[in-house]
Design a protein around this ligand. Sequence first.
Ligand code: A2P
Length: 289
Amino acid sequence: MKEMSLTTPVALQNGTTIPLVGYGTWQTPDGDVARESVKQAIIAGYRHIDTAAVYRNEVSVGEGIREGLAATGLKREDLYVTTKIWCDKKGPHAKEAILESLKRLGLDYVDLLLIHWPIATAEKANDAWKKNNNETWKAMEELVREGKLRSIGLSNFRAHHIEALECEIPPVIDQLEIHPGYIQKETVDYCKEHGIVVEAWSPLGSGRVLGDPFLNEIAAKYGKSVAQLCIRFCLQYGVVPLPKSVHADRIVANTEVFDFEISEEDFNAILAMEQLGFSGNDPDGKLNF
Ligand code: A2P
Protein backbone atom coordinates (compact mmCIF):
# COMPACT_ATOMS: atom_id res chain seq x y z
CA MET A 1 0.00 0.00 0.00
CA LYS A 2 2.92 2.36 0.65
CA GLU A 3 3.74 2.69 -3.07
CA MET A 4 0.23 3.89 -3.84
CA SER A 5 -0.62 7.47 -4.72
CA LEU A 6 -3.62 9.75 -5.29
CA THR A 7 -3.83 8.56 -8.87
CA THR A 8 -3.45 4.82 -8.41
CA PRO A 9 -6.09 3.33 -10.73
CA VAL A 10 -8.88 1.40 -9.03
CA ALA A 11 -10.51 -1.07 -11.42
CA LEU A 12 -14.26 -0.78 -12.02
CA GLN A 13 -16.42 -3.63 -13.31
CA ASN A 14 -17.00 -1.91 -16.68
CA GLY A 15 -13.28 -2.13 -17.53
CA THR A 16 -12.47 1.52 -16.68
CA THR A 17 -10.53 2.80 -13.68
CA ILE A 18 -10.97 5.59 -11.13
CA PRO A 19 -8.15 7.45 -9.31
CA LEU A 20 -7.76 6.20 -5.73
CA VAL A 21 -8.42 9.54 -4.00
CA GLY A 22 -10.89 12.20 -5.13
CA TYR A 23 -11.38 15.82 -4.14
CA GLY A 24 -14.80 16.46 -2.60
CA THR A 25 -16.77 19.70 -3.08
CA TRP A 26 -19.86 19.19 -0.93
CA GLN A 27 -20.46 22.37 1.11
CA THR A 28 -17.95 24.30 -0.98
CA PRO A 29 -19.59 27.64 -1.77
CA ASP A 30 -20.17 28.47 -5.40
CA GLY A 31 -18.07 31.25 -6.90
CA ASP A 32 -14.44 32.11 -6.21
CA VAL A 33 -14.07 29.61 -3.34
CA ALA A 34 -15.06 26.62 -5.48
CA ARG A 35 -13.13 27.83 -8.51
CA GLU A 36 -9.94 28.51 -6.59
CA SER A 37 -10.04 25.40 -4.40
CA VAL A 38 -10.64 23.04 -7.34
CA LYS A 39 -7.72 24.68 -9.15
CA GLN A 40 -5.55 24.27 -6.03
CA ALA A 41 -6.57 20.62 -5.77
CA ILE A 42 -5.45 19.94 -9.34
CA ILE A 43 -2.16 21.75 -8.70
CA ALA A 44 -1.74 19.64 -5.52
CA GLY A 45 -2.06 16.46 -7.59
CA TYR A 46 -5.70 15.41 -7.33
CA ARG A 47 -6.91 14.02 -10.66
CA HIS A 48 -10.41 13.15 -9.50
CA ILE A 49 -12.99 15.84 -8.71
CA ASP A 50 -16.40 15.10 -7.23
CA THR A 51 -19.38 17.46 -7.41
CA ALA A 52 -23.18 17.24 -7.72
CA ALA A 53 -26.06 19.27 -9.10
CA VAL A 54 -27.44 19.78 -5.59
CA TYR A 55 -24.12 21.27 -4.38
CA ARG A 56 -24.99 24.19 -6.67
CA ASN A 57 -21.34 24.78 -7.51
CA GLU A 58 -20.99 22.99 -10.86
CA VAL A 59 -20.34 26.21 -12.80
CA SER A 60 -17.46 27.24 -10.52
CA VAL A 61 -16.14 23.68 -10.26
CA GLY A 62 -16.03 23.64 -14.09
CA GLU A 63 -14.11 26.94 -14.08
CA GLY A 64 -11.70 25.57 -11.46
CA ILE A 65 -11.14 22.51 -13.64
CA ARG A 66 -10.26 24.66 -16.65
CA GLU A 67 -7.96 26.86 -14.55
CA GLY A 68 -6.33 23.81 -12.97
CA LEU A 69 -5.73 22.25 -16.37
CA ALA A 70 -4.24 25.51 -17.67
CA ALA A 71 -1.98 25.83 -14.60
CA THR A 72 -0.65 22.27 -14.86
CA GLY A 73 -0.63 21.75 -18.62
CA LEU A 74 -2.87 18.71 -18.20
CA LYS A 75 -5.66 17.72 -20.59
CA ARG A 76 -9.32 17.04 -19.84
CA GLU A 77 -8.74 13.30 -20.23
CA ASP A 78 -6.14 13.41 -17.44
CA LEU A 79 -8.94 14.23 -14.99
CA TYR A 80 -11.77 12.12 -13.62
CA VAL A 81 -14.92 14.17 -13.02
CA THR A 82 -18.04 12.99 -11.20
CA THR A 83 -21.41 14.66 -10.81
CA LYS A 84 -24.79 13.48 -9.56
CA ILE A 85 -28.47 13.85 -10.36
CA TRP A 86 -30.60 15.08 -7.47
CA CYS A 87 -34.04 13.75 -6.38
CA ASP A 88 -36.07 16.57 -7.92
CA LYS A 89 -34.78 15.72 -11.42
CA LYS A 90 -35.12 11.95 -11.33
CA GLY A 91 -37.72 10.31 -13.57
CA PRO A 92 -38.95 11.20 -17.06
CA HIS A 93 -36.81 14.33 -17.43
CA ALA A 94 -33.58 12.86 -16.08
CA LYS A 95 -31.75 13.02 -19.38
CA GLU A 96 -32.26 16.77 -19.81
CA ALA A 97 -31.22 17.36 -16.20
CA ILE A 98 -27.97 15.43 -16.67
CA LEU A 99 -27.19 17.34 -19.86
CA GLU A 100 -27.80 20.58 -17.91
CA SER A 101 -25.15 19.46 -15.39
CA LEU A 102 -22.66 18.90 -18.22
CA LYS A 103 -23.50 22.35 -19.58
CA ARG A 104 -22.97 23.98 -16.17
CA LEU A 105 -19.62 22.19 -15.82
CA GLY A 106 -18.67 23.17 -19.39
CA LEU A 107 -17.77 19.55 -20.18
CA ASP A 108 -18.66 17.35 -23.16
CA TYR A 109 -18.79 14.27 -20.94
CA VAL A 110 -18.32 13.25 -17.32
CA ASP A 111 -16.41 10.21 -16.19
CA LEU A 112 -19.04 9.22 -13.65
CA LEU A 113 -22.67 10.14 -13.07
CA LEU A 114 -24.40 8.97 -9.91
CA ILE A 115 -28.01 8.84 -8.76
CA HIS A 116 -27.43 10.96 -5.67
CA TRP A 117 -30.08 9.64 -3.32
CA PRO A 118 -32.28 6.52 -3.46
CA ILE A 119 -35.54 7.92 -2.11
CA ALA A 120 -37.16 11.35 -2.03
CA THR A 121 -39.57 11.81 0.87
CA ALA A 122 -42.64 12.09 -1.36
CA GLU A 123 -41.82 8.84 -3.15
CA LYS A 124 -41.52 6.74 -0.07
CA ALA A 125 -45.08 5.82 0.82
CA ASN A 126 -46.00 4.12 -2.45
CA ASP A 127 -42.64 2.82 -3.60
CA ALA A 128 -42.59 5.42 -6.42
CA TRP A 129 -38.84 5.68 -5.84
CA LYS A 130 -38.30 2.34 -7.59
CA LYS A 131 -39.92 3.56 -10.83
CA ASN A 132 -38.15 6.89 -10.51
CA ASN A 133 -34.73 5.29 -10.09
CA ASN A 134 -35.36 2.87 -12.97
CA GLU A 135 -36.43 5.66 -15.34
CA THR A 136 -33.38 7.63 -14.32
CA TRP A 137 -31.08 4.67 -14.79
CA LYS A 138 -32.47 4.08 -18.30
CA ALA A 139 -31.68 7.71 -19.19
CA MET A 140 -28.17 7.25 -17.80
CA GLU A 141 -27.68 4.09 -19.87
CA GLU A 142 -28.73 6.01 -23.00
CA LEU A 143 -26.24 8.75 -22.19
CA VAL A 144 -23.49 6.13 -21.80
CA ARG A 145 -24.31 4.89 -25.30
CA GLU A 146 -24.25 8.49 -26.57
CA GLY A 147 -20.78 9.05 -25.08
CA LYS A 148 -21.87 11.70 -22.55
CA LEU A 149 -21.22 9.50 -19.51
CA ARG A 150 -18.28 7.12 -19.21
CA SER A 151 -19.54 5.29 -16.14
CA ILE A 152 -22.71 5.28 -14.06
CA GLY A 153 -23.35 4.50 -10.44
CA LEU A 154 -25.21 5.22 -7.24
CA SER A 155 -24.87 7.18 -4.04
CA ASN A 156 -26.35 6.46 -0.61
CA PHE A 157 -27.98 3.27 -1.91
CA ARG A 158 -28.36 0.39 0.54
CA ALA A 159 -28.60 -3.22 -0.63
CA HIS A 160 -32.39 -3.17 -0.97
CA HIS A 161 -32.26 -0.02 -3.11
CA ILE A 162 -29.65 -1.62 -5.37
CA GLU A 163 -31.67 -4.84 -5.60
CA ALA A 164 -34.66 -2.82 -6.90
CA LEU A 165 -32.65 -1.36 -9.78
CA GLU A 166 -33.39 -2.83 -13.21
CA CYS A 167 -30.28 -2.36 -15.28
CA GLU A 168 -28.63 -3.43 -18.50
CA ILE A 169 -25.43 -1.66 -17.43
CA PRO A 170 -24.63 -2.54 -13.81
CA PRO A 171 -23.59 0.25 -11.41
CA VAL A 172 -19.83 0.50 -10.92
CA ILE A 173 -19.83 2.71 -7.80
CA ASP A 174 -21.83 3.32 -4.64
CA GLN A 175 -20.78 6.53 -2.89
CA LEU A 176 -21.58 6.35 0.82
CA GLU A 177 -20.89 8.37 3.93
CA ILE A 178 -17.93 6.52 5.45
CA HIS A 179 -15.46 7.57 8.12
CA PRO A 180 -14.19 6.35 11.48
CA GLY A 181 -17.37 6.15 13.51
CA TYR A 182 -19.59 5.32 10.53
CA ILE A 183 -18.32 2.36 8.54
CA GLN A 184 -21.58 1.07 6.96
CA LYS A 185 -20.21 -2.47 7.00
CA GLU A 186 -23.36 -4.18 5.70
CA THR A 187 -23.60 -2.01 2.58
CA VAL A 188 -19.85 -2.09 1.97
CA ASP A 189 -19.86 -5.90 2.17
CA TYR A 190 -22.84 -6.09 -0.21
CA CYS A 191 -21.08 -3.82 -2.73
CA LYS A 192 -17.88 -5.85 -2.55
CA GLU A 193 -19.82 -9.06 -3.20
CA HIS A 194 -21.40 -7.44 -6.28
CA GLY A 195 -18.25 -5.90 -7.77
CA ILE A 196 -19.32 -2.35 -6.88
CA VAL A 197 -16.50 -0.06 -5.74
CA VAL A 198 -17.39 2.07 -2.72
CA GLU A 199 -16.47 5.74 -2.46
CA ALA A 200 -16.44 7.57 0.88
CA TRP A 201 -18.12 10.95 1.10
CA SER A 202 -17.24 12.94 4.21
CA PRO A 203 -14.22 10.76 5.05
CA LEU A 204 -13.52 13.23 7.89
CA GLY A 205 -17.12 13.02 9.05
CA SER A 206 -17.55 16.58 7.70
CA GLY A 207 -15.09 17.53 10.43
CA ARG A 208 -17.23 15.84 13.13
CA VAL A 209 -14.56 13.34 14.16
CA LEU A 210 -11.50 15.60 14.07
CA GLY A 211 -11.73 16.39 17.80
CA ASP A 212 -12.30 12.79 18.88
CA PRO A 213 -9.80 12.02 21.70
CA PHE A 214 -9.34 8.36 20.71
CA LEU A 215 -8.58 9.23 17.06
CA ASN A 216 -6.26 12.03 18.19
CA GLU A 217 -4.32 9.56 20.31
CA ILE A 218 -3.92 7.13 17.42
CA ALA A 219 -3.02 9.86 14.91
CA ALA A 220 -0.32 11.19 17.26
CA LYS A 221 1.35 7.74 17.32
CA TYR A 222 1.98 8.06 13.58
CA GLY A 223 2.85 11.77 13.68
CA LYS A 224 -0.21 12.46 11.55
CA SER A 225 -3.32 14.62 11.85
CA VAL A 226 -6.72 13.04 12.48
CA ALA A 227 -7.72 14.15 8.96
CA GLN A 228 -4.81 12.17 7.49
CA LEU A 229 -5.63 9.19 9.74
CA CYS A 230 -9.25 9.21 8.51
CA ILE A 231 -8.22 9.31 4.84
CA ARG A 232 -5.69 6.52 5.39
CA PHE A 233 -8.36 4.53 7.23
CA CYS A 234 -10.58 4.70 4.14
CA LEU A 235 -7.75 3.45 1.92
CA GLN A 236 -7.08 0.49 4.21
CA TYR A 237 -10.84 -0.16 4.43
CA GLY A 238 -10.80 -0.51 0.63
CA VAL A 239 -12.92 2.54 -0.22
CA VAL A 240 -12.12 5.60 -2.36
CA PRO A 241 -12.03 8.70 -0.12
CA LEU A 242 -13.23 12.13 -1.30
CA PRO A 243 -11.84 14.59 1.29
CA LYS A 244 -13.02 18.19 1.03
CA SER A 245 -11.17 21.33 2.05
CA VAL A 246 -11.21 24.84 0.67
CA HIS A 247 -7.82 25.68 2.21
CA ALA A 248 -4.69 25.20 0.10
CA ASP A 249 -2.59 23.93 3.03
CA ARG A 250 -5.20 21.33 4.03
CA ILE A 251 -5.75 20.31 0.40
CA VAL A 252 -2.04 19.44 0.30
CA ALA A 253 -1.93 17.91 3.82
CA ASN A 254 -4.81 15.60 2.89
CA THR A 255 -2.65 14.09 0.13
CA GLU A 256 0.11 13.08 2.58
CA VAL A 257 -1.36 9.71 3.43
CA PHE A 258 0.99 7.34 1.62
CA ASP A 259 4.00 7.43 3.96
CA PHE A 260 2.46 5.52 6.86
CA GLU A 261 0.30 2.50 7.50
CA ILE A 262 -2.24 2.03 10.30
CA SER A 263 -1.34 -1.14 12.20
CA GLU A 264 -3.83 -3.99 12.20
CA GLU A 265 -4.49 -3.44 15.89
CA ASP A 266 -5.23 0.28 15.48
CA PHE A 267 -7.25 -0.33 12.31
CA ASN A 268 -9.42 -2.87 14.13
CA ALA A 269 -9.82 -0.49 17.07
CA ILE A 270 -11.05 2.22 14.68
CA LEU A 271 -13.46 -0.24 13.06
CA ALA A 272 -14.81 -1.08 16.52
CA MET A 273 -15.34 2.57 17.54
CA GLU A 274 -18.77 3.59 18.68
CA GLN A 275 -20.89 4.32 15.59
CA LEU A 276 -22.04 7.92 15.38
CA GLY A 277 -24.71 7.36 12.74
CA PHE A 278 -25.29 9.20 9.50
CA SER A 279 -24.81 12.96 9.22
CA GLY A 280 -28.47 13.88 9.49
CA ASN A 281 -30.08 12.02 6.60
CA ASP A 282 -31.18 8.43 6.50
CA PRO A 283 -31.40 7.04 2.94
CA ASP A 284 -34.65 5.32 3.96
CA GLY A 285 -36.04 8.19 5.96
CA LYS A 286 -36.98 11.81 5.76
CA LEU A 287 -34.79 14.04 3.64
CA ASN A 288 -33.77 17.15 5.57
CA PHE A 289 -32.08 19.13 2.83
P1 A2P B 1 -12.27 23.44 5.28
O1 A2P B 1 -12.93 23.21 3.95
O2 A2P B 1 -12.57 24.78 5.86
O3 A2P B 1 -10.80 23.10 5.27
P2 A2P B 1 -15.24 15.90 4.79
O4 A2P B 1 -14.19 15.73 3.77
O5 A2P B 1 -15.44 14.75 5.69
O6 A2P B 1 -16.56 16.39 4.22
O7 A2P B 1 -14.75 17.04 5.79
C1 A2P B 1 -14.64 18.35 5.40
C2 A2P B 1 -14.53 19.25 6.63
O8 A2P B 1 -13.28 19.04 7.28
C3 A2P B 1 -14.58 20.68 6.23
O9 A2P B 1 -15.19 21.39 7.29
C4 A2P B 1 -13.10 21.06 6.10
O10 A2P B 1 -12.93 22.43 6.35
C5 A2P B 1 -12.47 20.22 7.18
N1 A2P B 1 -11.09 19.78 6.84
C6 A2P B 1 -10.69 19.24 5.69
N2 A2P B 1 -9.37 18.90 5.75
C7 A2P B 1 -8.96 19.24 6.98
C8 A2P B 1 -7.72 19.14 7.65
N3 A2P B 1 -6.64 18.63 7.05
N4 A2P B 1 -7.65 19.59 8.92
C9 A2P B 1 -8.74 20.12 9.54
N5 A2P B 1 -9.93 20.24 8.98
C10 A2P B 1 -10.06 19.79 7.70
